[in-house]
Write a protein of this length. Sequence first.
Length: 100
Amino acid sequence: MEGALTGSSAMDLEDNLGLQHSLIESAQHLPLKEATPSSSFDLETYAAYYTGRTKLDRLKFIAQRAPSLRAEASKMLLTEIKAGQDVNLYQEVLQMLQDL
């Protein structure tokens, strides 16, 4: 059977996946590093290049890491979320904003 995993290969794969999961879990608890955008950065223009979930993720990233753009990015993010139907993301963002 070509492409089938042998016993040791399957165990190695499980070990690697377990390690990756542990690293992801650890990274989620690290403090966020703040970013300072250049004075010429235009958030509306930047956000206009994206749609859907990618746009939400980009705005969330900026709201979390760029204090000077936090209010504007948060407002845009909440407006975008309200236009969709992801109630869990809306609650997650509200909690994130309370924690900041």
